[in-house]
Ligand binder design. Sequence first.
Ligand SMILES: NC(=O)c1ccc[n+]([C@@H]2O[C@H](COP(=O)([O-])OP(=O)(O)OC[C@H]3O[C@@H](n4cnc5c(N)ncnc54)[C@H](OP(=O)(O)O)[C@@H]3O)[C@@H](O)[C@H]2O)c1
Length: 233
Amino acid sequence: MAPLNIVVLGGSGNVGSKLAHRLAVAGHNLILTSRNPTDDKAKAAVEFVASEGASGTVKSASFEEAKAAKIDVLIVATPGMTSPTEWSPVLTPLGELEGVVVIDASNPLTSWPNLDIAVNQNHASASDHIQSVLRKAIVYKAFNTLGAEILGDPKIGGLSKTDMLFAGPAEPESAKATVTKVISDVGFRPVYVGPLRYARNLESLAELWIHLAVKFGAGGTWSWAIEGPYDLK
Ligand SMILES: NC(=O)c1ccc[n+]([C@@H]2O[C@H](COP(=O)([O-])OP(=O)(O)OC[C@H]3O[C@@H](n4cnc5c(N)ncnc54)[C@H](OP(=O)(O)O)[C@@H]3O)[C@@H](O)[C@H]2O)c1
């Protein structure tokens, strides 16, 4: 597969910049969108993403600049939001994104110290909301169930299993193959758990991970792993 043009929404942030760096090292071209693409935070993110072995191109961009670019994949790494109405102003500046693979890494969390997933009436996930705003895009959920430290270094602390659970449509196969490529290039084994409706379960898993990591002392360097004779690709 040729290098992908990947836009990271929230690319100046912790998760966005870590994923972007791994993908730039794998040779993909990264555009980090920011509400303030010329401020120090955005510049520092570009510097970090382009550091240590990155071979793809890296730049910071406004939403308008990103919209004008050819986009193969959009990674959503902004704070999670709890309704299409909240997501709309964040997503629509990038256009309809017809046929574009969207990978939602967000978790709609309540504030500290609770850090619960904000459950809405329909039990819809952030990814469901994103799909209902970007009707012509192909939305997946991934990268939300582990902490940023591991996302930036999947082998941190000597972890032997580096499974990344993801949900979204099985077809078109090319879209799912793109997601497995992105997950693999970040450094994880892709583990497909089913259609986008399971994104809500991945958000619940994220809540559990966060509570174990932050409230119950497990720290940030442990991971979920699938054991058994499965071939969940
Ligand atoms: N931290 C973790 O361990 C972790 C792990 C897995 C998933 N997640 C999820 O990943 C997402 C990002 O987390 P993070 O820790 O990377 O947060 P972060 O460091 O605060 O980064 C989020 C970025 O989103 C942008 N942003 C903030 N509010 C926005 C808005 N209203 N509209 C558009 N862009 C906005 C900001 O960029 P600009 O100011 O430059 O626009 C910011 O740099 C969250 O949904 C989180 O739940 C976090």
